[in-house]
Design a protein around this ligand. Structure first.
Ligand code: PLP
Length: 456
């Protein structure tokens, strides 16, 4: 019997899963005891589980299904490409149409002179590529001692050893002896949790200046690059104060440091422009992309680099590559995804319709007794749950992780929200309609009511 065509009862799938499947970012023994939720189908912004429940996917999968679920065009392109050329590599002086065409399309879309693409299968691999790219760049420029990469605490750049080192997630570093040498971290621009008595703008400038202090401490001649997400996603949708990015840009320019914008979440319309760098006025030398590039329909990512970086790297053989760099099926799917996004004006929809509507409705949540701040940019948003709005205090430890309690209630109420500590975050598919946004916000309010009832 083909299990994909004849779906067994939920309990049987859960049993198979519990016996053999190790889930990412999961305490697997705990999950096995309760049984994984089985998602079987999705259309638009709606998921269906194996018991027939419909759930509004407030997270677009893992921030990736920008175009929404169920687009036949992507399935057709994938099938056609699989028939024509399911695989060929891009090593050893070969190419194929999907990789060449997608690289050219990305060069058109990316800002400034970011005109060259090195493909990977996802964001982690692309960030590993970036570590090697920036070090080789400086070595070829006659400055081989410029190797250190500065990142930020609570950043997320992926799960490979290199990318997790770039990230600033303490629980990840605690497992397996990370970070690797040559990666250091400065503070994050999270005013709500760490801003103390400063105004957001004072705090944004102060956190940006930590970069300058770190460069001074290490010596400019040792620092290769600074990497950051325009908006920290997995860190809790931390939207930096307005003063932050201009100061970071000034510091990178002044000290000859390459700026890597990790656009894995913020790319492809999420903030109301094609890239978050455009929303925040950042001029990166390298952008990491993945997720929304194919709307998650196929695994693909990459590093988009400037003319200058590409020219320098091009002087040598870059001894680096992945079997699936520029995979033809993934590249064809990404091209079709970008075609649809442009044809249907999905970025404009975020900028002019869905983003402003979410901003209005999401801000209402700040009136809820459990919610401190409620902020959004484009179609990514967060609320900070707190027992005391005025002092921005965290919950007492004996309450457990209130965010976790809230997330579980949310799923049961038909809304996928994610929690990061006691922040609740959303990033729905970009095709979400104003009516669906109303449903999302109304469900979120009810979830906060139920959470409050549970912890008091
Ligand atoms: N960079 C950022 C900003 C991310 O949010 C993620 C994933 O969430 C990654 C990199 C890693 O991407 P992937 O999971 O495709 O390896």
């Amino acid at each position: 019997m083909n299990i994909l065509l004849n779906q067994p009862p939920t309990a049987d799938i859960q049993a198979l899963d519990a016996a053999h499947h190790m889930h990412p970012f999961t305490a697997n023994a705990e999950l096995a005891a309760k049984g994984a939720r089985v998602i079987t189908r999705a259309r638009g912004v709606w998921l269906t589980d194996s018991d027939g429940n419909r759930i509004l996917d407030g997270m677009a999968g893992l921030w990736c299904v920008n175009i929404g679920y169920g687009r036949e065009e992507l399935a057709e392109v994938a099938a056609r490409q699989m028939r024509e050329l399911p695989y060929y590599n891009t090593f050893f002086q070969t190419t194929h149409v999907p990789a060449a065409a997608l690289a050219a399309r990305l060069a058109e879309l990316a800002p400034g002179d970011l005109n060259h693409v090195f493909f990977a299968s996802g964001g982690s691999e692309a960030n590993d590529t970036n570590i090697r790219l920036v070090r080789l760049y400086w070595a070829l420029k006659g400055k081989p001692e410029k190797t250190v990469i500065i990142s930020r605490r609570n950043a997320y750049h992926g799960s490979t050893v290199g990318a997790a080192s770039l990230g600033g997630m303490a629980p990840m570093h605690a497992q397996g002896g990370l970070p690797i040498p040559g990666v250091v971290h400065i503070g994050q621009p999270d005013w709500w949790s760490e801003g103390g008595d400063m105004t957001p703008d004072e705090f944004g400038r102060a956190r940006a200046r930590e970069l300058e202090e770190k460069i001074a401490e290490l010596g400019e001649d040792r620092v290769a690059a600074f990497i950051a997400e325009p908006v920290q996603g997995a860190g809790g949708v931390i939207i930096p104060p307005e003063s932050y990015w201009p100061e970071i840009q000034r510091i990178c320019d002044a000290h000859d440091i390459l700026l890597i914008a990790d656009e894995v979440i913020t790319g492809f319309g999420r903030t109301g422009n094609w890239f978050g760098s455009q929303t925040f006025g950042i001029r990166p030398d390298i952008m990491t992309v993945a997720k929304g590039l194919s709307s998650g329909y196929a695994p693909i990512g990459g590093s988009i680099v400037s003319d200058e970086v590409a020219e320098v790297i091009g002087q040598a053989e870059f001894v680096h590559g992945y079997t699936y760099s520029g995979h033809p099926v993934a590249a064809a799917v990404a091209l079709e995804n970008l075609r649809i996004m442009e044809e249907e004006g999905i970025v404009e929809h975020v900028r002019e319709v869905a983003g402003p509507h979410l901003a209005r409705r999401w801000a209402e949540l700040a009136e809820h007794p459990l919610v401190g701040e409620a902020k959004s940019v484009g179609l990514m948003a967060s609320v900070a749950l707190t027992p005391d709005k005025a002092s921005r205090a965290p919950f007492a430890a004996e309450k457990g992780t209130v965010g976790y309690i809230c997330r579980e209630i949310s799923f049961a109420e038909g809304l996928v929200m994610r929690h990061v500590g006691d922040r609740m975050i959303i990033a729905p598919p970009l095709v979400i309609t104003p009516d669906e946004i109303d449903t999302l916000v109304e469900r979120a309010w009810r979830v906060f009511d139920l959470t409050l009832a549970k912890i008091t």
